[in-house]
Design a protein around this ligand. Structure first.
Ligand code: ARG
Length: 381
């Protein structure tokens, strides 16, 4: 594919924005952008362009099932913030406004890029809120196994956890070219849901919980050829993300064996379907707990219908939906859902969100002694 220039990418986005929003003055704006690129090498999106671009990035997220609501995204333009501390305080404000006491609002905040006259930022966490994971002396893992490496990185910066299964990780924010700083997340700023089951009273004694708002903070937002490496965004949870994957996966909290024991299921043979039964109970508990505590959460049946409605709406606008089947189809009850029986193209459109490398992982790798440095020059191996 030929590499398009920044101006061509800007043009493609601005054409889309102006035509979908029925705006006049495209030619004038394009002239401006062209001059700006010639003079400075880049250009600055207006607040409105940024806001529409972020919505389009959501609409174009092939792996996201919640896209019916793309137009309702609340975009917070915070490109003028200049210190890690300011970004931290603003991330707390994002959490508050996105949480709304449980009535979750899809929200995205954009922080400075390196181009904008100053240093850009990175949030090193995968999400603003996540639980720590620790390897215990006996080799077992306490907390979220997926967070073990990041947790030890946080500890290397001087952070200390409480050693529970649900410790809030600190936020780690890095201004380009400077060392990363960490900030403890105040407990009261994070809405969590403690888990109980409508029929099994023993369930709540397991002491399980999950946080209310998933705010992805490590992806790069791209709009009209401009990259925003620090643009945390959230929707609300779908049931299976927490119950099936985060709590159920063997490589995550691995709770199915624990529940099976409580339920007196025969776990000696897989064909007793003990995993299916335990998973069902876990799903009931997560759904019940979010509902009874007034926190937005969508079940996979409703989410499937909503996604098909999104597809319908897109088609009526003459657009072809791009989607990644393996990510759209939920992991439980799949064939009972409409989305299971569909197929989509899976091309990556722009604007969009992209994965990017994690600076802390490179830093950790650099700390590892390389073979040439570590090895004794006189020994054979
Ligand atoms: N699957 C991720 C998690 O369990 C969250 C991804 C975003 N999910 C969402 N519903 N917006 O934490």
């Amino acid at each position: 594919m030929p590499h398009s220039t920044l101006f061509e990418q800007a043009q493609e986005f601005l054409q889309l924005y102006y035509s979908e929003s029925n705006l006049a003055g495209l030619e004038k704006r394009l002239d401006q952008v062209q001059v700006e690129i010639l003079q400075t090498g880049t250009y600055r999106l207006t607040e409105k362009e940024l806001s529409y671009g972020a919505k389009l990035a959501w609409r174009n997220s092939n792996r996201c099932m919640g896209r019916l609501f793309w137009k309702t995204l609340k975009v917070r333009d915070r490109r003028t913030l200049r210190s890690a501390e300011e970004v931290f305080l603003d991330a707390l404000a994002h959490l508050k406004s996105a949480t709304q006491g449980g009535k979750i609002r899809s929200t995205l905040s954009v922080y400075a890029t390196a181009d904008e006259g100053d240093s850009g930022f990175r949030i090193l966490n995968k999400q603003l809120v996540r639980f720590a994971g620790y390897t215990l002396p006996n080799g077992e893992i306490l907390g979220d196994p997926d967070a073990v490496a990041f947790t030890s990185y946080c500890m290397s910066l001087g952070w200390e956890g409480k050693n529970t299964a649900f410790d809030l990780l600190p936020l780690v924010i890095q201004r380009q070219g400077e060392p990363a700083s960490w900030f403890a997340l105040p407990e009261e700023k994070v809405l969590r849901v403690s888990l109980s089951h409508p029929d099994y009273t023993w369930f709540k004694e397991l002491g399980l919980q999950w946080y209310a708002v998933p705010v992805i903070s490590d992806m790069r937002l791209e709009i009209g050829g401009i990259s925003f490496p620090c643009a945390p965004f959230n929707g609300w949870y779908m049931l299976t993300e927490i119950a099936a994957r985060n709590l159920g996966d063997v490589q995550r909290y691995n709770l199915l064996p624990v529940l099976a024991k409580k339920l007196n299921l025969d776990t000696r043979q897989v064909k007793t379907l003990w995993k299916d039964k335990a998973l069902q109970v876990l799903q009931e508990a997560v759904l019940h707990s979010f509902q009874s505590q007034g926190v937005t959460l969508v079940d996979h049946h409703t989410a499937s219908e909503q996604f098909l409605e999104f597809c319908k709406q897109e088609e009526s606008k003459g657009r072809v939906v791009q989607a990644d089947w393996a990510w759209i189809v939920p992991p439980t009850a799949s064939s009972t859902l409409g989305v299971f029986h569909q197929e989509w193209d899976n091309q990556i459109l722009s604007p969009n969100f992209h994965y990017q490398s994690a600076p802390w992982k490179e830093e950790e790798r650099a700390k590892e002694p390389t073979s040439t440095v570590k090895k004794c020059p006189f020994s054979a191996n």
